[in-house]
Every structure is written in structure tokens, then in C-alpha cells.
Design a protein around this ligand. Structure first.
Ligand code: SAJ
Length: 427
């Protein structure tokens, strides 16, 4: 592959933008295409449109054009679709972003181009959804005129160790030519391994399986937490103990719920496809998703129960929720369980204030001190490093009566010793 090939990245979010930067760093001429004109403007000013310190640094060092003009895909050799794959309110897959992005590029495609889908989809989407749209819109034939591959995104936002440059990838192709070209492209920009799969479906399935694996393991420890709290067993101590086993145990941790655009969402793509395609019922996967979805409710019920034991109730009580993002040190609130906890607390009549140093625009208070002033209850919903340093004395001084540690991230014994009522998830 001559490095000077032009690459078009469609979608400049958590997945597309780091990929565009990486391709540019590796000598490709890159054009980034996104619908959001503000985002395009920011990127052309070399400003990262979301909090990612590493991306902000690397974006300043590369040269590539961002635009809203989809017609410019005709100038690229490789076109990579990195658009979201959310679910609807009823948890059924929402393919709209993938469909509209594919429809937007189709009219401008020309012979010999390689289209790669990075968005997470269930097995079958490339062949059953993308191929018809690409062929209808371009009047070209996939496999003959156009090449098609799938390389599922693997991004762990905020992760200090794993980044688009070093995360191993899998690639599936519509045919051998597509596979070979796609593998060659990724091997020219990724330091990690690039593993060719036998089909598009296998590559699609890899990704859904990876995240369903994480979902079911989190559901397992969430159920353990609920059970152990009735048995007076500290689930975090047990997980730590089980983790001393050097093989065939992989720790996951209970919490007030799971968020993000991957883990709570991806299993529903497989559940829905298997049911529609073959009538197969992923009962276990559905139960795991349901177990995780119930954790915000469990957290609020646990708060209610702890207050009752103190002769208090949530109604008219001041509750401060610390953390809005779905995981530590990022600003993304998609599917964040914190938002559900807040909604449920308000339904119980509590007066809720919120503070998240990474999500100031959604916080009702702009500093931790302000957020703690007058609070009777504090709920930790995200284990941001700023919250790990909170001393029990600070909470007692602010008049806090109860700490609900929704991420089991505070030193339980220290808080109890200081005289605070402390409840964790399963501890
Ligand atoms: N969570 C738990 N308990 C755990 C782990 C996570 O409750 O033991 C919760 C988190 O609080 C969060 C949600 O689950 O709300 C998702 O957490 P995550 O660490 O999986 O974060 P994500 O969504 O950024 O996951 C990404 C995923 N990457 C892609 O889908 C491309 C996932 O595959 C990775 O495993 C994960 O990063 C990672 O951390 O490696």
C-alpha cells in the first residue's frame, strides 16, 4: 500500500477522530467527514471536540481536513465508517446512523474503493444492510467494483494504556481482496496484532461477543453484590480474594449500573438479530442486561432502606450525586447510570444536586465544596479520581449523614470509623 493513499473517515467521535489522527500520523492523506458543522469547525482549528488529553495533543500535530461534504469521499481510496450504533428506548438496535452514513457516501463511490465499517453491529449487518445500500446508491457491485470489510472498533475512552494505536484488531472481508487490503491498511497503522477472520459475520460477531462477555460478567458480580449484602459478606473482599487465583478468574466489579455506548448496548444487537434471524432466544444474555439495568433502582432502594434505619426518608432530603459520566476521568454521559439514579431519587421526592468535574455543563454545582454544602446524603455514581481523595471528616463537617458508594471506590472502614453511615454496592 503506498502510504499516500487517501483515507476518508466518516464520523469524527470517540472512534473516528483518533483513527483519523492515527492514519494521518502514519503518512496517509486523511479527510474527516462529519454531519456536525461545529465539530468540523473545532477539528479544523485543531481543538478536540471532547475531553481526551492524548487526542488533544496528537490532533495539534497532524494535518487533515475535516468537512461536512460527503461528496469528497470520491477522492479517497479507503472509506471508513465510524458512526454510532445506539439502541432505541425499547433497547432495539437503532441502525439509522449506519444507514444514513452509507446512503450519504454511496452516490460518490467509484470503482476500486474499499469501504470499511468500524461501527459495532451484529453479525449480518454488512452483507444484509450495507451491501444493498452501497450497490443501489453507487450502481456498482460489491465484490466486483467495490471492496467491503469490517474492523470492529475497540476503544476504551480514558484508558491510559490502551489506545487506537496499540489495541489489537480483527478484520473480516466480503471477499479475499477486501480482506487483504483491509488487513494491510490496519497493519500499516496499528502496533497491535491485526487478525483476519474467515468472514464479515465472524468479525461482526467478535465485537458483540467481547462486550456481551463484559456485560454478563458485570451482571454476575452485581447479582453477587445483592446476595452478599443480605448475607453480610463484603463482595469486594471476596472478588479480591478470588482474584488471587492466577488462572481462569477475571475480576469485574459491582456498581450502581453500567453505561457507555458499548457494554449496555451491544448485547441487544445480538439478542435482536438471533431472535429475528433464527428465532433463537438469548435468555441468559437478556437476564444479564436486565440485572445490570436494575442496578440504579437497586442503589436508590438501598439508600431508602439505609435512611429508614436512621429514621429518615428520601422525601425532601438533600442528596448530592457525585459523578455524571459513565466511567472515571471522561466526560461522556451516554447511558450513564448516574442519570437514572438522579431521576429515581427525584421521583422519591429528594432534592438532588449534582457535581462532576468532567461534565460541568450538566452539574448543578460547580465545585465539590458547593455540592457538599447542605447535603444529608452523598451518592458516588462515578469513581472519578477527584472523589477518591474525599476524607470522611469533610463530609461530616458538611453535615452529611449517609454515604452511598455506588462504585465501591471509597475506603469503607475509614468512613465507618469516622462515624459516617456508609453503604457500598454489596458491602
Ligand atoms: N463497569 C462495571 N463493572 C466493571 C466494569 C465496568 O460496572 O467491572 C461499568 C462501568 O462503570 C461503565 C460500564 O460498565 O459504566 C462500561 O465500562 P467499560 O470499562 O467497559 O467502559 P467502556 O464502555 O468504555 O468499554 C470499552 C469497551 N470498548 C469497546 O467496546 C470498543 C469495552 O469493550 C472494553 O472492554 C472497555 O472499554 C475497557 O475498559 O477495556
Amino acid at each position: 500500500m503506498i502510504k499516500k493513499d487517501k483515507v476518508a473517515v466518516i464520523g469524527l467521535g470517540y472512534v473516528g477522530l483518533p483513527l483519523a489522527v492515527l492514519a494521518a500520523e502514519n503518512g496517509y492523506e486523511v479527510i474527516g467527514i462529519a454531519r456536525n458543522a461545529n465539530r468540523v469547525k473545532l477539528i479544523n482549528k485543531r481543538i478536540a471536540p471532547f475531553k481526551d488529553a492524548r487526542l488533544a495533543r496528537e490532533l495539534k500535530k497532524v494535518k487533515f481536513l475535516a468537512t461536512t461534504d460527503f461528496s469528497l469521499v470520491h477522492t479517497a481510496k479507503i472509506i471508513i465508517l465510524c458512526v454510532p450504533t445506539p439502541v432505541h428506548e425499547d433497547r432495539t438496535p437503532d441502525y439509522e446512523p449506519v444507514i444514513s452514513a452509507t446512503q450519504s457516501i454511496a452516490p460518490y463511490l467509484k470503482k476500486g474503493q474499499l469501504i470499511i465499517l468500524e461501527s459495532t453491529v451484529n453479525p449480518g449487518v454488512c452483507e444484509e444492510m450495507l451491501v444493498p445500500i452501497l450497490e443501489t446508491g453507487s450502481h456498482l457491485k460489491v465484490g466486483k467494483d467495490l471492496l467491503l470489510a469490517h474492523c470492529p472498533e475497540r476503544i476504551s475512552p480514558g484508558d491510559p494504556q490502551w489506545y487506537v494505536r496499540n489495541i489489537p484488531r480483527v478484520v473480516g472481508g466480503f471477499d479475499d481482496r477486501s480482506l487483504k487490503l483491509a488487513v494491510k491498511f490496519y497493519r500499516s497503522i496499528i502496533e497491535g496484532s491485526v487478525t483476519p477472520m474467515m468472514s464479515l459475520k465472524e468479525a461482526e460477531a467478535c465485537k458483540v461477543v467481547e462486550n456481551a462477555f463484559r456485560n454478563v460478567n458485570i451482571a454476575f458480580v452485581n447479582e453477587l453484590a445483592k446476595s452478599f449484602s443480605t448475607l453480610g459478606i463484603d463482595v469486594m473482599h471476596v472478588i479480591a480474594g478470588a482474584s488471587t487465583k492466577p488462572f481462569s478468574f477475571m475480576p469485574h466489579y459491582p456498581g450502581c449500573g453500567i453505561g457507555g455506548h458499548c457494554i449496555p448496548v451491544d448485547p441487544y444487537y445480538l439478542i435482536d438479530y438471533a431472535r429475528k434471524k433464527s428465532g433463537f432466544d438469548h435468555a441468559f444474555l437478556k437476564l444479564a442486561c436486565q440485572t445490570n439495568d436494575e442496578m440504579p433502582q437497586y442503589t436508590v432502594a438501598m439508600t431508602d432502606e439505609a435512611l429508614k434505619k436512621m429514621g429518615l426518608k428520601l422525601k425532601n432530603l438533600s442528596v448530592t450525586v457525585l459523578g455524571l459520566a459513565y466511567k472515571p476521568q471522561i466526560d461522556d454521559v451516554r447511558e450513564s447510570p448516574a442519570l437514572t439514579v438522579i431521576k429515581l431519587l427525584k421521583q422519591e421526592g429528594a432534592r438532588v444536586e449534582t457535581y462532576d468535574p468532567y461534565v460541568e455543563e450538566l452539574s448543578t454545582k460547580q465545585t465539590l465544596d458547593e455540592a457538599l454544602t447542605g447535603a444529608n446524603v452523598v451518592v458516588i455514581a462515578t469513581a472519578h479520581k477527584e472523589f477518591l481523595k474525599i476524607k470522611p471528616e469533610k463530609l461530616i463537617k458538611a453535615g452529611v449523614k449517609l454515604v452511598i458508594d455506588g462504585r465501591n471506590c471509597l475506603p469503607k472502614e475509614k468512613f465507618i470509623k469516622a462515624g459516617l453511615n456508609y453503604r457500598g454496592i454489596g458491602r
